[in-house]
Design a protein around this ligand. Sequence first.
Ligand code: ATR
Length: 287
Amino acid sequence: MTASSTSSASDARYAVIGNPIAHSKSPNIHAAFAAGLGQQIHYDRRLCPLGDFAADLERFRNEGGVGANVTVPFKRDAFAIAREASLRAQQAGAANFLAWRGDHWYCDNTDGAGLVRDIEGNLGFSLKGKRVLLLGAGGAARGVIGPLLLREPTAIVVVNRTQANADAIVAPYLATHPVSALPASDLLAQGQRFDCVINATSASLAGALPLPDGAAVFAPGALAYDMMYGKVPTIFMAWAAQHGAARIADGLGMLVEQAAESYVQWRGVQPVTAPIIARMRAELAAS
Ligand code: ATR
């Protein structure tokens, strides 16, 4: 095999690159996609030394790598290295997807599409005409705000612990879209309610809530969505259940859907995701 192999070759090499990487479920997800489609792919985990992304990507390329998913902490490096970037990667300033295009890397950010597919496709919750509260203003929030806006909600309000970060992620959209960034105290004082509340903070990792405990933000029928997931509901999900959310979801579906969005771009075929999400859910519960 030569380094110029295309993604249609059965020996095309893919990988997820990050640090740490041992926990990544991406190889299992892509193996399941391939099995479901009767395809064969090589998809590995690559532990990349910190500060070594460019060199490691070149090594991967020399080994025949044609596509990579990129995770923490290298998403910005992936965007910087790619000579061609999708609009949504440009909006995010970060990429979780790389594809070799003959003589350069193309990058994309499939996180937002994965989130939208999970919310609208899997959960059957249309975002059009809805009021959305986006909690957080880090890389995760930045990656999804553009694709969320494409679904034509009537408003997206961003609330974040550090107001300056919230201001920064809405700034590119302020003139053209119904977005705003508000301190949580203003939001609560105004009594604003939302049809969809998305937690894109990492607060759950610290056992913290992204809003004051007593906050009343859920409109009737509202969906609470945590981009994180785990064996048990996150603290945000438990809080949402007690504070008026009608439906509650975690980010497992988003994880699988963002992977599917990668797969279809590399391989040209759309994997079936529902049975894989169900199986991963069952495995989580049994773990
Ligand atoms: P990611 O790429 O996962 O978004 P990040 O860029 O570090 O990670 O951003 C983490 C987000 O979670 C930020 O919005 C952060 O708020 P700040 O901008 O104020 O740092 C938010 N966050 C992290 N821990 C939090 C906590 N304990 N309570 C509230 N928000 C928290």
